[in-house]
Design a protein around this ligand. Structure first.
Ligand code: NCD
Ligand code: ZN
Length: 345
């Protein structure tokens, strides 16, 4: 049995770092293991302009503890008022790595997102021209569509039409949760990739709803039935370079989660790599973990993989705190429901 595994240092291609006291508390949890991350722009107010992204990047770097290395890869939050020229200039100066599309109202802090996709056509065309990827929260917000169907419907109603209308647009379908999304991605050309979260490889909707409601497993897109989880596990561990890790680690304080109207998001930064090693080992795919965490993402984004390496060692159960303290209150760490044996040295 393998009990030591050395990988290129991983990157996280979808991460929520928040701001202020929460940023200060959660940033080290990612920087400890990850070299870079695509940083989500859904702050309040959102990171909309190049100016906002520069200021947010500087706050992240200022919050990084002494001696830790971490590169935030910044994104702009697409609105119906976003200017193609501002996006192109931010890309040209190396400030941003992607643009993020939230359909208005799809998830936490997405009210300023896009309602009318015709209004962002010029931005999509500019992005296709300059090769700047679009990260997509792929769920429709139509109240008539069942929440468990919103991802599959988004592919037909929005994603496929947008991609057909904008040849050359490079798209990351983020945090995919369905076999429909896996099938769509694998049926397309190399301009489309998908991120998969750690928690969607572990939980299905029963974990949220059966035998009591478990708010710490509630995230968006919401976990689906078991057959979908198995499709995600297959995609993640297959070695297909179109699938890579985006943890979507999304901290909310316990009172905000454990509420009559709780926030969506699972906080997985502290134990993600231990969980992934467990999952890949279960699938007999430990040799493909490095592709998922450290190689496929840089390849899609046209960046070099990291030079440095991390080693995971298999041993006695790894202790992981149930919560971390932040200046805003306690944040519960995702509980995979099984003991973890892979430790990041
Ligand atoms: C994210 C958040 O809390 O910002 N929540 C989540 O459930 N994933 C938003 C998002 O990525 O959808
Ligand atoms: Zn997210």
């Amino acid at each position: 049995m393998t009990d030591s595994l050395t990988l290129r240092r991983p990157d996280d291609w979808h991460l929520h770092l928040r701001d202020g006291a929460m940023l200060a508390a959660v940033l080290p949890e990612s920087a400890r293991h990850f070299a870079r991350a695509i940083v989500m722009p859904n702050l309040v107010p959102p990171v909309v302009t190049a100016h906002d992204a520069r200021a947010y990047r500087d706050r992240i770097l200022a919050a990084l503890p002494e001696g830790m290395a971490f590169t935030p890869l910044m994104t702009l939050y697409l609105t119906e008022k976003t200017e193609a020229q501002d996006v192109a200039a931010a890309h040209a100066e190396g400030l941003i790595t992607a643009v993020k599309l939230y359909p208005a109202g799809a998830t936490t802090n997405s009210a300023a997102g896009v309602r009318d996709f015709d209004k962002v056509r010029a931005v999509f065309e500019k992005m296709a021209e300059i090769g700047l990827p679009l990260c997509v929260h792929g769920e429709v917000t139509d109240p008539e569509v069942d929440i468990f169907d919103r991802e599959a419907v988004f592919i037909d109603r929005v994603l496929d039409p947008v991609r057909r209308a904008t040849p050359g647009l490079r798209v990351v379908m983020e945090h995919v949760t369905t076999s429909d999304a896996v099938a769509y991605v694998t049926s397309q050309d190399r301009d489309l990739a998908a991120t998969i979260t750690t928690h969607h490889l572990v939980i299905n909707r029963n974990h949220i709803l059966a035998g009591g409601i478990r708010p710490h497993y509630y995230c968006l897109p919401v976990a689906k039935r078991e057959s979908h989880r198995l499709a995600l596990r297959h995609a993640a561990t297959s070695g297909d370079a179109r699938f890579f890790l985006g943890t979507d680690s999304a901290p909310h304080t316990d009172p905000a989660k454990e509420s009559a109207c709780g926030c969506a998001g699972c906080f997985t930064a502290p134990n993600t790599l231990s969980i992934l090693a467990h999952v890949f080992e279960e699938e007999g795919a430990l040799s493909r973990l490095e592709g998922f965490t450290s190689l496929h993402g840089p390849a899609f984004y046209g960046l070099p993989p990291n030079d440095s390496r991390i080693t995971l060692t298999r041993g006695d159960a790894v202790p992981c705190p149930a919560k971390i303290d932040t200046g805003e209150g306690p944040v519960t760490v995702f509980d995979p429901g099984f003991p973890l044996h892979w430790r990041v040295d």
